[in-house]
Write a protein that binds this ligand. Structure first.
Ligand code: ZN
Length: 134
């Protein structure tokens, strides 16, 4: 197994965009991701299973990233990052969800571990309304 790629993400970057840019530049199409750090704001999604759509809520304050865990696979031929976040605020209260565009990095350290085996491709899944691995 190859070693994980370790990165510090730039301050003020959009979290998902920064991760997808790294994957594109390094030709990483199939991997797991783990990250920690802090955000200046977050946008967290929740999938309404009955309505088959995401709702998101914005949290406009500094947050610690207790745990960011996710994966990289191909969607429409490009690396796509699927990431979930556990965060805490200045009281220690935790919140979390599916990372949406709009999570702004204060500081973050990410480990991207390329996976073995064939690339995973996301395709539309009728049963859930989501783009899942084929
Ligand atoms: Zn998700």
């Amino acid at each position: 197994m190859s070693a994980p790629h370790l990165f510090r993400l730039p301050k003020d970057a959009d979290l998902l965009t920064a991760l997808e840019t790294i994957c594109l530049e390094r030709d990483i199409n199939h991997a797991s991701i783990a990250l920690i750090g802090a955000l200046t704001r977050a946008s967290l999604g929740f999938y309404l299973q009955d309505e088959r759509r995401y709702v998101s809520h914005d949290v406009d304050k500094p947050l610690e990233i207790l745990s960011g865990i996710g994966n990289v696979s191909l969607k429409e031929g490009r690396p796509f990052v699927h990431l979930h976040l556990s965060l805490s605020d200045d009281t220690g209260a935790a919140l979390g969800g599916h990372a949406m565009p709009g999570c702004r990095v204060f500081a973050a350290e990410a480990a991207i571990q390329p996976a073995e085996g064939p690339n995973r491709h996301r395709v539309y899944d009728e049963a859930t309304g989501l783009f899942l691995w084929a």
